[in-house]
Design a protein around this ligand. Structure first.
Ligand SMILES: O=C(O)c1cc(C(=O)O)c2c(n1)C(=O)C(=O)c1cc(C(=O)O)[nH]c1-2
Ligand SMILES: [Ca+2]
Length: 555
């Protein structure tokens, strides 16, 4: 059965399939299934598991897709697996032949695929987009997103919007130019391209489509030519406003003293017209970022019911430690509240949506050829929240945010741009803030920003979240568990040990009247590579690479 635009629009209501990253393009990660609930979840049992195999046991961040009885799940090293959803029997696999020179910053991960028509589409670490026939696994088309030798890479799940496949790029740590692009999903032909650094020209149907921003005034000199703002996490799409929401990463280099100004459109959320690639509004969560506070986190559409009104809102739990609520029709700031215990870089946000900065907590300018003043900053550059997606439950009216409590020593160093080389101009060591936990799954009331409940986890949380009509919240832990919580109270109601750290994104669906849950297990991602003292603390977590599938039996 081919996947149509109508199927994708209906994804949040179709409980027998999961056709898109986010369980619907709005990204709520809410399932309408309720057979599994706090009363029945103790009966949830594993039915099969599948090994991603070989020596390639590394970070498995993928969200599986389920269509017509088949599971499509990506694995580390740019691999895609099609499996029979009932039995786990392998239908076909695809493995990208990756060149030696790829430069992913943060492990060899992949976050998932997109389904459209007869195709399953995913991106590879050498910055290519590949469309495979979903029945056979044969390549139908393949396109270069960018030049991997310049530091471009790809790790996100693509998104389908009205017949177009929407993608970003990774590479912010190499001074690439971020961009959002739309291609004809059936052919891969480029329709529009929108750079995310002010001063660069967009394209529409092969013609110039206007310079991004008005001028490059928010960047000094030539700094905009290697300005970063990588769109590495992928976006969400809201059919009600017909807008694509895309986050942008850190400005390059990290050393902010090289680039006085706001450095638009880095560390921002952009609202983009899916038909033309024009930026309709933007909101910058960290102006003139100096801490690697990539603003890529997903903007999740929801109805904000406040003061007797219903506002078409969007929420974003940002790497900088603040939970933002915006009017998604126009980008107007509504609120920003901290969702971690310490935000040293800013004391809050004013009513216009500008951060109240703490200037002495910005790492100092390099002194001559030497490093500048070291500051202790919280959150660390790995963020109050990183890539792992939150979930929103319209019944509890709560967001469930996978947060982390950590800080860093950070300092600046001199740096010059060189194509394909790391472009940071900074050094750092990440440190835990508390002895007993780093990770915290927090239930946040979007009306007040208040934390309604929290679950504390010793290791940093690095997996995505799922919530259900059955009053449950699922997420994984690096200690190896997939866990379920009561969505209203936060009480832990179920757990299962998968054998390796869970940094995947769980999904649920129904087959033959039984509710299923699937999650990928396999420790990895940025923490073991960049986590400093935290990485040392958790160095004994075993590697892995498995898809686990569970169900609630009929009897
Ligand atoms: O600026 C970028 O282009 C970029 C890309 C990625 C990526 O593609 O995974 C990460 C980051 N930055 C990053 O800063 C980061 O902390 C990070 C963590 C992870 C991960 O998957 O664990 N990826 C990335
Ligand atoms: Ca980054």
């Amino acid at each position: 059965r081919p996947v149509t635009d109508a199927d994708l629009a209906n994804d949040p209501n179709n409980t027998s399939e999961v056709l898109s990253y986010g369980i619907g393009t709005q990204g709520q990660r809410f399932s309408k299934l309720d057979k599994l609930n706090p009363d029945t979840v103790s009966k949830l049992v594993p039915v099969w598991a599948y090994s991603f195999g070989g020596e390639k046991m590394r970070g498995q961040e993928s969200q599986p897709l389920i269509q017509d009885g088949t599971i499509y799940v990506t694995g580390s090293y740019s691999r895609l697996f099609a499996l029979d959803a009932k039995t786990g029997k392998q239908k076909w696999t695809y493995e990208a032949r990756l060149p030696d020179g790829i430069m992913p910053c943060c492990d060899v991960i992949n976050r998932g695929a997109a389904l459209y028509d007869e195709l399953v589409i995913f991106g590879t670490l050498d910055a290519k987009l590949v469309a495979l026939n979903k029945e056979t696994g044969k390549v139908v088309w393949k396109k270069d997103l960018e030049d991997y030798k310049a530091g471009y890479s790809f790790s996100a799940a693509p998104m389908i919007v009205k017949g177009k496949v929407i993608t970003g790029v990774s590479g912010g740590e190499f001074g690439v130019i971020g961009k959002v692009e739309a291609r004809d999903a059936k052919t891969g032909e480029l329709i529009w391209s929108r750079p995310t650094v002010e001063g660069h020209m967009g394209t529409l149907n092969g013609k110039d489509n206007g310079i991004t921003g008005t001028t490059n005034a928010s960047w000094p000199g030539d700094m905009w030519k290697s300005g970063g703002a990588a769109t590495w996490l992928g976006g969400t799409y809201d059919p009600e406003t017909n807008l694509i929401f895309y986050g942008t990463g850190n400005p390059a280099p990290w050393n902010s003293h090289t680039r006085p100004g706001d450095n638009l459109y880095s560390a921002s959320t952009l609202a983009i017209d899916p038909d033309t690639g024009k930026i309709v509004w933007h909101y910058q969560t960290t102006p003139h970022d100096g801490w690697d506070f990539d603003g890529v986190n997903e903007l999740v559409s929801f109805d904000l019911k406040k003061d007797g009104k219903t506002i078409k809102a969007g929420a974003k739990a940002d790497r900088n430690g603040y939970f933002f609520v915006l009017d998604r029709t126009n980008g107007k700031f509504i609120s920003a509240t901290p969702f971690v215990t310490k935000t040293s870089w800013a004391t809050g946000f004013d009513s216009a949506g500008k951060p109240k900065l703490v200037p002495e907590n910005r790492p100092g300018a390099p002194v001559g050829e030497g490093k500048g003043k070291v500051v202790f900053s919280a959150p660390s550059f790995l963020g109050g929240k990183n890539w792992m997606p939150m979930a929103y439950n319209p019944d509890t009216d709560l967001f469930y945010v996978p947060a982390n409590e950590w800080g860093m020593d950070i300092w600046n160093e001199p740096v010059t741009y060189k194509k394909g080389a790391a472009y940071l101009g900074a050094g750092f060591t990440i440190k835990p803030l508390y002895d007993d936990y780093i990770g915290a799954l927090r239930a946040i009331d979007p009306k007040s920003g208040k934390i309604v409940w929290e679950y504390k986890n010793p290791a940093p949380l690095w997996g995505g979240v799922l919530t259900t009509k059955g009053n449950l919240v699922f997420t994984g832990t690096p200690e190896g568990f997939l866990k379920a919580f009561d969505a209203k109270t936060g009480q832990e109601v179920w757990k299962f040990q998968t054998g390796s750290g869970v940094v995947g994104v769980p999904v649920t669906w129904e087959m033959d009247g039984e509710q299923y849950v699937a999650v990928a297990s396999g420790w990895g991602g940025a923490v073991p590579l960049w986590g400093g003292e935290v990485a040392k603390k958790i160095k004994d977590i075993p590697q892995g690479g498995m898809l686990w599938v569970f169900k609630l039996p009929k009897s």
